[in-house]
Design a protein around this ligand. Structure first.
Ligand code: NAD
Length: 259
């Protein structure tokens, strides 16, 4: 299976390392931002492996691969969608504006797409647990706290928003109607219903998420701690193997993992 990667940053290099180490996958290209420092560097070396003869290059006009894995940035995903020519797409890029999401869904009407804010097994199980807890405890206040490294560009994290969507769905509601982002000043008493989001940015945190549900005399915390980005890269490769031969549409990691 011929795999191309868009994004040669923290995630792209790790996904490349997993693809290069897999016997059944062939890395055919890895693409980064035009003026990025990584352009021209052998991706084996970037991934901590022996040189493999494939250097990071700018995105071509046409991506020639069976599966394209996008772990870049919203502008990278936008460029990827322009270059795709029927290949299956696995994307983990977060912070996507609504118009770009619509473009992604339009491509998914012609080709299979896996979209996941988080490729880890644990977080995808957590999404289900959160929906169940929110449904079982309809009057409990929900607050979602996430922490990430100082380089992260979007907030709250795509995973925190996915957890919020799961909690809202558990209550038969849309997250857009319930989300409250941070609090400051004279906020008044907390009404019943809103889902609060709080984003910490510090040091080299890989990704922590905690969903608090508070009621009379108790609070419950459902959480996940990622200790290595490899768990995301391995999930991306799992989605890459799964997507081949699937029907067009936007699939999620729950489908990939059979949850
Ligand atoms: P990073 O900043 O280290 O790397 C981003 C890469 O994208 C860089 O190589 C950059 O050159 C490239 N890029 C940006 N714009 C581009 C363009 N127009 N064309 C080509 N390449 C372009 O970021 P990262 O930590 O690797 O994360 C990348 C994305 O993946 C982020 O959106 C992040 O939130 C997301 N992420 C997802 C998961 C998951 O499990 N789904 C896990 C971690 C990170």
């Amino acid at each position: 299976m011929r795999v191309a990667i868009v994004g040669a940053g923290r995630m792209g290099r790790l996904v490349a390392g997993e693809v290069l180490s897999a016997g059944d996958l062939e890395l055919v290209g890895i693409h980064g931002r035009v003026h990025s420092d990584a352009i021209g560097i052998d991706v084996g070396v970037l991934a901590g492996l022996p040189p493999c003869g494939i250097s990071v290059s700018a995105l071509p006009a046409r991506l020639d691969a069976d599966v394209v894995v996008d772990v870049s940035a919203p502008e990278g995903l936008r460029a990827t969608l322009r270059s795709l020519d029927g290949a299956a797409l696995v994307t983990g890029t977060t912070g996507i504006p609504d118009a770009l999401q619509r473009d992604l869904e339009s491509y998914a009407s012609r080709a299979p797409v896996v979209q996941a804010a988080n490729f880890s097994t644990g977080v995808n199980l957590l999404l289900d647990l959160v929906a169940r807890a929110a449904r079982a405890l309809p009057d409990y206040d929900i607050e979602i706290v996430e922490a990430h490294h100082r380089h992260k560009r979007d907030a709250p994290s795509g995973t925190a928003l996915a957890l919020g969507r799961a909690a809202a769905a558990g209550r038969g509601a849309l997250l857009a109607d319930l989300a409250v982002h941070g609090r400051v000043g004279d906020t008044g008493e907390r009404p019943v219903g809103p889902i609060g989001f709080h984003a910490l940015r510090l040091g080299d945190v890989v990704g922590d998420h905690a969903v608090w549900l508070g009621g009379p005399g108790e609070r419950l915390c459902l959480g996940h701690v990622a200790t290595s980005r490899r768990t995301f890269a391995q999930g991306a490769v799992r989605a890459t193997r799964w997507i081949v031969g699937r029907p067009p549409g936007v699939h999620g990691m729950a489908d990939v993992l059979g949850l």
